[in-house]
Ligand binder design. Structure first.
Ligand code: AHG
Ligand code: MN
Ligand code: MN
Length: 341
């Protein structure tokens, strides 16, 4: 690569965003700290069996899921890294029942951080890509010791969101509300380097991502939509579709950001008390902001995810996101079924 085309570092990108007035110094520090934590997690993930990090932790989280060792390690890394910098007022995680204010011994800043420390846990032990997802909100004015209720803000109010994929390469995808940019970890230098500016999701697609084993539990609109995809050229869609399902949302969304597609985790009646599998605050919201910033769309099948007013920290939501025209079509199926007498 010639010197002229040498990529810039995440640090330089963030300084330039600060100079442009897009982010504050505290938000810059926050993103640097999250990126540093992701590097640490990447090293742990990369060691695999040699690091003694595979397998179950022997504990459960508030979601009723068995925790993997790496779920716990990644959560601890993010908590420790973000405790003392003075940029945050509090944080919340998939792995913790309640949010935590920053300890009294450290100064508190104006931001709230939410994260899924390790997404795709079922893929850890089989050496398939996993990742970290994060979302940044403002701490409401006048609140110095934030509690769960202060995190319950609509996704459109996020000031930054991103994810890191621990795959063949480690990539950080970030938005601060001015496009979506990809940074690749240079393992020799230990720096994230800007390798793609302004990622854009193609508007149309012939690829869908869904766990088909749940098909019999879906509602009628979903059944019809997927039947029409599967029937391909001979059906109302008039084209054949391809299917991919990695079972790590980070990896599935990364493919869609890179080459388009639709990612769906719909409501199903396996457990009617759950309105979906994925969590709104630290999975659906950050991914929806990234996808919208890249020109795509994200709905719960009926409305824009970023407009949902949350009422619980760990609330679940159906997710349809990706190529704009395909998400619009899937959403229309649901609205048309709803309108039937
Ligand atoms: P997590 O590992 O953080 O609990 O999230 C797993 C999620 C998501 O990454 C993925 O898209 C989905 O669960 C996979 O679900 P299935 O196992 O039902 O396919
Ligand atoms: Mn997850
Ligand atoms: Mn997780």
């Amino acid at each position: 690569m010639s010197p002229a085309s040498k990529p810039i570092s995440l640090t330089r990108y963030l300084i330039e965003e600060q100079r442009a007035g897009h982010i504050s110094a505290d938000l810059r520090l926050l993103i640097e700290v999250v990126a540093r934590a992701c590097k640490t997690i990447s090293v742990a993930v990369g060691k695999g069996a040699l690091g003694g990090v595979l397998g179950d932790a022997g504990t459960g989280n508030v979601q009723g899921e068995a925790q993997k060792k790496l779920d716990v390690i990644a959560n601890d890394v993010l908590l420790e890294a973000n405790a003392w910098g003075g940029h945050l007022a509090g944080l919340a995680s998939e792995e913790m029942e309640h949010s935590q204010p920053i300890p009294d011994v450290y100064p508190r800043g104006n931001y709230l951080l939410l994260f899924d420390p390790l997404d795709g846990s079922s893929n850890i032990d089989v050496n398939v890509s996993v990742g970290t997802i994060f979302s940044v909100l403002r701490c409401p004015d006048g609140v110095t010791t934030p509690e769960d209720e202060h995190f319950l803000q609509a996704g459109r109010d996020q000031v930054a969101a991103g994810y890191c994929v621990y795959g063949p390469s480690t990539t950080l995808i970030l938005t601060v509300g001015h496009g979506v940019h990809q940074f690749t970890l240079d393992r020799e230098q230990g720096s994230f380097m800007l390798t793609q500016r302004d990622m854009m999701v193609p508007e149309d697609t012939k690829e869908f991502a869904i766990n088909m084993s749940n098909q019999r539990h879906w509602e009628a609109a979903m059944q019809q939509y997927v039947d029409d995809l599967l029937i391909g050229k001979e059906g109302p869609r008039g084209k054949d579709f391809n299917m991919r399902w990695i079972a790590s949302m980070v990896a599935d969304v990364h493919r869609i950001l890179t080459r388009g597609g639709i990612f769906i985790y719909p409501w199903d009646r396996k457990d009617p008390s759950k309105p979906g599998k994925l969590r709104l605050m630290y999975e659906a919201n950050p991914m929806s902001l990234l996808i919208e910033q890249a020109g795509g769309a994200a709905t719960n099948g009926r409305m824009r995810i970023l407009d949902i007013a949350p009422d619980q920290l760990h609330q679940r939501v159906p997710v349809f996101l990706g190529s704009k025209n395909e998400v619009d079509i899937a959403t229309r199926y649901h609205l048309e079924f709803d309108a039937l007498p």
